[in-house]
Design a protein around this ligand. Sequence first.
Ligand SMILES: [Zn+2]
Length: 71
Amino acid sequence: MSFWVYENWTHKKAIVHKSDCSYCNGGRGVHSERSDKNGKWHGPFPDREAAFKYARTTNREDIRACNVCGA
Ligand SMILES: [Zn+2]
């Protein structure tokens, strides 16, 4: 199990996901191709703590766990 951070600069947030989350899909997101228009995936991180630590460095207003996978 690894963790990913999705940084979304349109909505000023950074969300932590588990790699097997349907939104994360191992850092590929919900679309088959990467889209860098609204945000970017960062990772993988070995644990939840490392992912949150990174998420905080983005200085986004909303930093939290995904409520789908509960990372
Ligand atoms: Zn998730």
